[in-house]
Design a protein around this ligand. Structure first.
Ligand SMILES: [Mn+2]
Length: 466
């Protein structure tokens, strides 16, 4: 009896421990329903009383037959709903929408039912708060309700249409998506002016909330720690995809749901190709590897670049260029604070690189820096890698990158041969705070001494497969 009671207490203790562990594993930070509601309320408050806003999550794209590419909801739609369903719509109307006997200013239309292929129970949306301001309706009512609100609206707000066109090779006609859509709307609702909702949404999205900052910090931490693991593991003779596999294994292992963009792993001269993501090359002795990568956590993605020598030691020429890029990164971040113009930060980074290249005799005058640093060095991050937002003055709550680089093409015959074929970029993510800034990517080293030290540590290494 006594023995039984001890073991039942023990089992109960185990049970408590187990449930605590389970809930700890489940305690994934997420944007709360209340915050999604605040965002929608803000948009509605910005709209004229008789106007309507319509946002779509987007449609799936077939890869082949009935198999689709991964679906990513439209970021503006997701920002306002937290809903990942394809084919969903959000209607906002300050004057109210009548639906099934009730009235609401915000209606989310979802397909209902179970999808046997994906296992999704559609219409299950965990984002409704207790205010009741948003109503979820079955998509079968969408056509009717849309007509009801559009026929009496005096303006329609929509996000930008996807850029580009569909080309029909037989008629050789180009169907520009935006032009065709606007034409079709005009035929149906000739008096309805179409306004863009992208700019006000960008102004909201560029200032991150506490919850968004927490998710971005989580994405930055995962990305940083995964990059450390890659640096510990890198060896001459590995392929670029070996490093990609170690990185993305670590992303998943640390809780990221996805990459925010295709991982760039450029070794040797591939580091010069800005968006290189083939990652098929064997990394040769003495080469640098440039990795521009980002884990995505609850929709929010980091964006970090590190460049390291596969052997674990920088050569003198690599060192000279690396120190310039690092100084540009550090000095440009140093001046970040609210009120500073974006272009001043960009100019600072470019000026440091220009100065360094001039001192090494690589460029004759500062303006030639464009030949070896041909890209912008700062952008917003968030739901998109290049997130919505303006590029005027820095404001507290923005989270932006700083990513100067130097890329010397192999064929640069006017540059000392020791520098040719080297590509270096150092990218960090920075939160602008009320008094200055906070770098959120400090968990992965960036100085030469720190990187060389880290690379001596034992990592996962080459994964041998029998
Ligand atoms: Mn970037």
């Amino acid at each position: 009896m006594r023995k039984f009671s001890i073991s039942s207490t023990f089992l109960f203790g185990l049970y408590l421990l187990f449930t605590a562990l389970i809930s700890a594993l489940d305690a994934r930070e997420k944007i709360t329903a209340a915050e999604y509601q605040q965002r929608r309320d803000k948009v509605v408050s910005l709209m004229d009383n008789q106007s309507v806003a319509l946002l779509s999550s987007g449609t799936t794209k077939a890869r082949a037959g009935d198999l689709n590419f991964p679906f990513y909801p439209d970021p503006n739609f997701y920002y306002l709903t937290g809903c990942k369903d394809a084919g969903a719509f959000l209607l906002l109307a300050p004057q109210g929408i009548k639906i099934e006997g009730a009235a609401a200013t915000q209606v989310l239309f979802l397909a209902s039912g179970y999808n046997a292929y994906t296992g999704d129970l559609r219409g299950e949306v965990p984002v409704l708060d207790s205010s009741g301001a948003m109503v979820i309706a079955d998509k079968k009512h969408f056509d009717e309700i849309r007509h009801q609100v559009l026929s009496r609206a005096d303006a329609l707000y929509v996000p930008a249409w996807p850029q580009g066109f569909l080309h029909d090779p037989i008629s050789d006609k180009r169907f520009f998506i935006e032009r065709e859509a606007k034409k079709a709307i005009k035929e149906k609702y000739s008096q309805l002016p179409i306004k863009s909702i992208s700019a006000p949404l960008a102004q909201m999205r560029q200032l991150k909330s506490e919850q968004e900052i927490a998710l971005l910090k989580q994405a930055a931490s995962i990305t940083s720690r995964a990059l450390c693991e890659v640096m510990r593991s890198a060896e001459t003779g590995m392929y670029e995809y070996d490093l990609q596999a170690i990185l993305e294994y670590a992303f998943k292992r640390l809780g990221a749901e996805d990459v925010g963009f295709n991982s760039i792993v450029g070794s040797g001269p591939n580091a010069i190709i800005l968006h290189y993501d083939k990652n098929r090359r064997c990394i040769e002795a003495g080469e640098l590897v440039l990795m521009d990568v980002g884990a995505q956590y609850e929709g929010y993605g980091a964006d970090i670049t590190r460049t390291f020598p596969v052997s674990g030691r920088f050569s003198p020429a690599q060192r000279e260029l690396y120190e310039i890029v690092l100084r540009a990164n550090r000095e440009a971040i140093q001046i970040m604070k609210p009120g500073v113009p974006f272009k001043e930060v960009e100019a600072k980074a470019a000026a440091v690189v220009a100065d360094g290249l001039q001192k090494l005799g690589i460029i004759p005058e500062a303006k030639a820096v464009k030949n070896y640093l041909p890209h912008g060095v700062s952008h917003h991050i968030g739901l998109e890698t290049h997130d919505a937002g303006e590029y005027k003055l820095l404001q507290a709550g923005m989270v932006i990158t700083m990513e100067p680089g130097i890329y010397i093409p192999v064929e640069s015959t006017d540059v000392d041969v020791k520098y040719r074929g080297i590509g270096i970029r150092i990218e960090d993510d920075i939160l602008i705070t009320p008094n200055g800034h906070e770098v959120i990517t400090d968990e992965v080293p960036r100085t030469i001494a720190e990187i060389e030290k880290l690379m001596k540590e034992k990592g996962l290494g080459q994964i041998r497969i029998r």
